[in-house]
Every structure is written in C-alpha cells, then in structure tokens.
Design a binder for this molecule. Structure first.
Ligand code: HEM
Length: 403
C-alpha cells in the first residue's frame, strides 16, 4: 500500500466521544483506522492490530509526550518516560505489586475493606454502588497499596479526580480546574511527607516503602510524581471495572444465575468488563521518527491517541464485539491493561481485588441486589470511561459480616 496523508475528522467532537465513542470508533476502524482528530490535536489509532504494533515499537511511539498535561500536573512520572529512565522508576515500585505479594499480603486487606463497605451501606437500603461501594473500596485498597494510612478514602477520591481533570482532560485550559489539581497535588505531597520518616525507619510491602528502599532508591520528586500517577490511575479503573461488571450481571438474569452458581467465573466477568468498556479508553504517545501506520505517514512530533476502547471492540479480533460475553476465547487477548513497557503495573492487584474479591463477595452477600427502577444508570467518558452512577436496591435483612 502507498502511504498517504491522513484525513481530518472535523465533524467528531470531544463531547460526542464522551457520550458514546463506540459508533464513531466502528466507522473509523472500517474506513479510516489512523486519522487526524482536530478536536484533540492528535491522530487516533483505532484498530487492535495497529495498537499492538505501536506498543511493540516504543522506540518510535514514545510515552514522553511534549507539553503533556499530566506532566504539568503531577511532575514527570514513569508513565511519561521511556527507556532506562522509565525502567528504573518502574522497577522501584514493582515489588509491591507482584502477584505473590498481592496474594499473600494485600488479599486479606482487600477482603476486609470489601466486607466493611458492604456492612456500611446495607443498612441504608437504597444505594448508589458508585459512591457507596466501588469508589470508596478502590480508594481504601489503593491507600493500603501505596502505604498512605493517613489519607481518608474521600480525600483520595477527590484528589484523584482533580488530578485526572487537570492532567487528563484540561485541554480547554480552565483555571478553576488547574487550581483544584494544584490543591490536590499539594495535599498528596503533604501526605507523603508525613509518612516518609516512618517508612524510612520501618520498611513495609507498600509502594512508597519499595520506592524508598529500592536498590536504586527514588528521589523525593520521583516518589511524589509516581504516587500521584498511581492515585490518578489506580483508583478510577478498579472502580469502573467493578461498576461495569456489576451492571452487566445485574442486567442479565441468565448470566447472574450462571456466575452465582459457579463463582470461579467471576474473573472472566472482570476480564470481559474491562474489554467491553476499557476504563482507560485512550492514552497518548508521540512519534519519534518518520514511520507509517495503516498506510498513513507519520512524522516526528506527531501526537497519537491510542484508542484502547476501540481496539477492545475490534470486530477483526472479537466476534460480536458490542456484546458482553464472558465465554470469549482468551486469545487474542483484550488490551485494557495496555502493552509493551508500560503494561499496567497494577494488573494483578486489580484482577484480585475486583475479579476475585469485590464482585464475588458483593453478589454472595446480597443475592437479591437489584438495579433501581427509579433512577437510571449514567455512563460517560472518553479518555477514562465508565459508569457515573449505579443506583441499586438492597433488600432489608442483609446480615453483617462476622469478622
Ligand atoms: C481495572 C484496572 C486497571 C486498568 C484497566 C488499568 C489500565 C492501565 C493502562 C492501559 C496502562 C498503560 C497506560 C499507558 O501506557 O500510557 C496502565 C499503566 C499503569 N497502571 Fe494501571 N490499570 C488498572 C489498575 C491499576 C492499579 C490498581 C494500579 C496501582 C495500584 C495501577 C498502576 C499503574 C501504573 C503505575 C502504570 C504505569 C506503568 C508504567 O508506566 O510502566 N493500575 N494501567
């Protein structure tokens, strides 16, 4: 194929992508898989095979994007670094999130957090699983993982959202958004400063402790930046995965009967949930040398939007991709956790905390949990996508957990 200049899609707005990107993605995959989106100032890459190609060539498609909003808000984090600089910071945090540590050390804490939150909301009868369960649970689990017992779940959620609003989406340069993001980053720095002397004296399995006690320890600025990216990226995704999965199961009686009869299927529900609505719908890259993708010429400096939300619904890979189906083949896999050097560091914690703990415990303890008939479910987002509300009813008489 001869390489060509890409077509520009002036008709696609960020608001439409926020509301429902999937019909737009389906059109782009079909006829224009690498295209210029003026509204975002970047090329969208929408096919699964092109996303996989791009992740296999980090020397061409670099994470260190110029003018990154995220770097402006959080400082220079591992997720926006390449090569040795990236490897060094990732290696420092990684021991806290290894599968064995997650299972042996974090699992009991995730279980405790899950039971406690269910105890707290069952008494109220009618609840929103976003604000009463998934949000605070993801925050409590993350506070444990990071080693920030001094931070309340409500604060962590507020800071996470403020940093995401600034670093992930403030293309309109809204001053109020910057101000909230700055207040959040100052609060994160203060919480880290408070915890560091204790962790320096008494190492523990947490992310912050691993960064401090690594063979090549991270500097204070590096710790601060990377804790921020984990607060921005390790909270809303597990939250959104819980909500998507719970929504799918609550809305499909056959699926519900199947998974409650065979709880070993819950991890499949989790994987299908993050395929179906990828919590990180788009992330950026920047081209480092002249290249070609799907027949489109790209030049150094070109900015890319890697559309995981689209790749995970690519009909070339997943049959009937808009359908929620837990019995899909595991190969080729979904790419909700990204790929290449930046493959999600929290994958094992997310799989365990959501697929093996939060979902089975929620449905086991409240067998009659039901979608609310009075309030609708709301859903939205492009860069990050998920449910915004999940109103449910809880029958009276759900017993508290015995600890
Ligand atoms: C369902 C849950 C999750 C999903 C779908 C998810 C998705 C992703 C994706 C797509 C990336 C790659 C982004 C890029 O390349 O620019 C990523 C990176 C990352 N994630 Fe997650 N994530 C989840 C949970 C978590 C959790 C719980 C943590 C931490 C406790 C975490 C920590 C990280 C870190 C540190 C990176 C950057 C890794 C690097 O740059 O080397 N994630 N995640």
């Amino acid at each position: 194929m001869t390489a060509s200049a890409p077509s520009a899609h002036h008709e696609i707005s960020l608001a439409e992508l926020y509301d429902d990107p999937y019909p737009i993605y389906a059109r782009l995959r079909e006829s224009d898989p690498v295209c210029w989106l003026p509204a975002a100032g970047r090329y969208l890459v929408t096919r699964h095979s092109d996303v996989v190609h791009l992740e296999r060539h980090p020397e061409i498609f670099r994470a260190n994007e110029e003018g990154s909003l995220m770097t402006r808000v959080m400082g220079h984090t591992m997720i926006r670094k390449d090569g040795d600089a990236h490897r060094r910071e990732r290696a420092a945090a990684e021991p806290a999130l290894r599968p064995r540590i997650v299972k042996e050390h974090w699992q009991p804490l995730f279980e405790r957090n899950t039971h406690q939150l269910i105890d707290e909301f069952v008494a109220r009868g009618s609840v929103d699983l976003f604000s009463d369960f998934a949000g605070p649970l993801a925050a409590r689990n993350l506070a444990c993982l990071l080693g920030l017992p001094n931070v309340a779940a409500t604060d962590l959620q507020t800071w996470s959202q403020a940093m995401i609003d600034g670093g992930g989406a403030n293309y309109g340069d809204d001053h109020a958004v910057w101000a909230r993001a700055r207040a959040a980053t100052e609060a994160v720095d203060a919480a880290i400063d408070e915890i560091l002397p204790r962790v320096r004296r008494n190492p523990d399995p947490s992310v912050i402790s691993c960064m401090v006690h690594a063979d090549d320890p991270l500097t204070l600025d590096e710790i601060r930046a990377n804790v921020k990216v984990i607060i921005g990226g390790g909270l809303n995704e597990p939250r959104d995965a819980i909500l998507t999965a719970a929504w799918a199961v609550l809305g499909d009686p056959e699926l519900r009967t199947e998974v409650t009869a065979d709880p070993s299927l819950w991890p499949r529900v989790f994987e299908e949930a993050v395929r179906w609505i990828a919590p990180i719908g788009m992330y950026p890259r920047q081209v480092a040398e002249p290249t070609e993708l799907a027949g489109v010429r790209l030049q150094p400096g070109d900015k890319i939007g890697v559309c995981l939300g689209s790749a995970n619904r690519d009909e070339a890979v997943f049959s009937d991709p808009d359908r929620f189906d837990i019995h899909r083949s595991k190969t080729p896999p979904h790419i909700a956790f990204g790929g290449g050097p930046h493959f999600c560091l929290g994958t094992w914690a997310a799989r365990l905390s959501v697929g093996r703990i939060a979902l089975p415990i929620l449905f086991d303890r409240i067998p009659d949990l039901a979608l609310s008939q009075d309030e609708p479910v709301r859903i939205g987002g492009w860069v990050f996508r998920g449910l915004l509300t999940l109103p449910v009813t809880v029958p009276a008489g759900t017993a508290p957990h015995s600890y």
